[in-house]
Design a protein around this ligand. Structure first.
Ligand SMILES: C[S@@+](CC[C@H](N)C(=O)[O-])C[C@H]1O[C@@H](n2cnc3c(N)ncnc32)[C@H](O)[C@@H]1O
Length: 200
């Protein structure tokens, strides 16, 4: 697929900063993720083969654009963003028949998927600054939405979430994207430890 329409970087940064100032713990960063880090993250999963892709914490859509560039023409991409203003701007900016923008919390991911087994989940939700029950709920809801071979990619600005990821998934790989500001920790998570032999 060709490049998805690019964001107006200045306007998006300003909107993102405003959302951060209004809810710093929920937004968790002052700037959208850099393009290089988006690419480093998305390289960790075979998006070209994915039929169902879910994004959690879409913000101004830097990952959404990257995902749309990689998936095929019959893929479905469902992007969750809890900030109503950010989600409505994203939905109006990114008009693509493969994309649905959902203005709801990632906690409710299953409600919007109609039982689909998701191939790839991409999350930039700032887990470590959310209340513990909310982040546990999101991680479990995401794991339960994945198909057997499904993979969840997680971007964080600290390695603190790794322990919880290892409790939630059978396999967790970690990468660093050092040139992001701040440096980003990327995780690729697969498998449900409750399945026999930690099946994927
Ligand atoms: C660090 S920002 C990442 C934004 C964008 N994906 C990026 O990489 O630039 C985290 C985003 O997650 C959103 N968010 C926080 N909690 C959420 C939740 N429970 N459900 C959905 N989105 C959430 C915030 O509103 C914010 O837009």
């Amino acid at each position: 697929m060709g490049r998805a329409p690019s964001d107006s970087a200045g306007g998006d940064r300003l909107r993102f900063l405003r959302s951060f100032l209004a809810s710093p713990r929920k937004v968790g960063a002052v700037l959208p993720t850099s393009r290089r880090t988006v690419d480093n993250t998305l390289d960790l999963a075979p998006l070209e083969e994915a039929r169902w892709v879910v994004e959690l914490g879409a913000g101004t859509g830097v990952y959404t654009r990257g995902i749309l560039e990689r998936v095929g023409s019959d893929a479905r991409v469902v992007a969750f963003e809890v900030d109503a203003q950010l989600s409505s701007i994203l939905a109006s900016q990114l008009r693509d028949p493969r994309l649905s923008v959902v203005s709801d919390s990632a906690v409710n991911v299953a409600r919007h998927l109609d039982g689909a087994a998701v191939d790839v989940i991409v999350s930039a939700v700032p887990f470590t600054s959310l209340p513990v029950p909310e982040r546990k709920q999101i991680l479990r809801a995401a794991r339960d939405a994945l198909g057997r071979e499904g993979i969840m990619l997680v971007l964080q600005y600290s390695p603190l979430i790794e322990r919880e990821l290892r409790q939630t998934f059978t396999y967790v790989r970690r990468r660093l994207s050092p040139l992001n500001v701040p440096p980003a920790f990327l995780f690729a998570c697969q498998g449900d430890p409750r399945s026999p032999a930690g099946e994927r």
